[in-house]
Design a protein around this ligand. Structure first.
Ligand code: ZN
Length: 161
């Protein structure tokens, strides 16, 4: 059994199977997320007429598919705030590049999940900014550190001879 309701933003009629009640549906017109709920059920005069028994087939019956709205199921909350915070921490705390590495790793994972549609895309810009900050700070620390380690090893060998 399908239910139908108007998009809260642009009033396009969305048709959703009632088993999706309690989840969110994205409006195909304006991309607004609408919570699917029984209370929002909305019937047109057309479908009421068909209930009275006279013949026109009800286009909103359960046989009618597919629903125009794409369902968004169980989106993971984004960690944009955390990643941005780690990125800022790596800049403010100028001795430790650990938060920078974490921001880089978490940011990279989350960007992939956002691209795959698993994670809430609202955090995209925060995640990206935090990831870039973390990446820059990490490289600023790791590259000279690696060079320094390399040179010390080289000097230790050179001193041995
Ligand atoms: Zn809409």
């Amino acid at each position: 059994m399908a239910i139908q309701f108007p998009c809260m933003h642009c009033s396009t009629i969305l048709r959703i199977d009632e088993k999706h009640i309690g989840k969110q549906a994205r409006c195909p017109q304006c991309q607004t997320l609408n919570l699917v709920s029984e209370n929002m059920q909305f019937s047109t005069g057309e479908s009421e007429q068909s209930e009275t028994g006279s013949s026109p087939p009800n286009p909103y019956s359960s046989k009618f598919s597919p629903a125009p709205a794409t369902l968004v199921r169980n989106l993971q909350p984004h960690r944009g705030g955390l990643i941005l915070g780690l990125g800022i921490a790596s800049i403010v705390c100028n001795v430790c590049f650990i938060p920078g590495i974490l921001a880089w790793i978490f940011g990279k994972q989350d960007m992939r999940q956002i691209d795959q549609g698993i994670m809430d895309p609202e955090g995209r810009s925060m995640t990206q900014v935090g990831m870039i900050m973390g990446m820059v700070i990490t490289l600023l620390w790791v590259v000279p550190l690696a060079i320094w380690i390399f040179l010390s090893i080289l000097l230790a060998f050179a001193g041995g001879f």
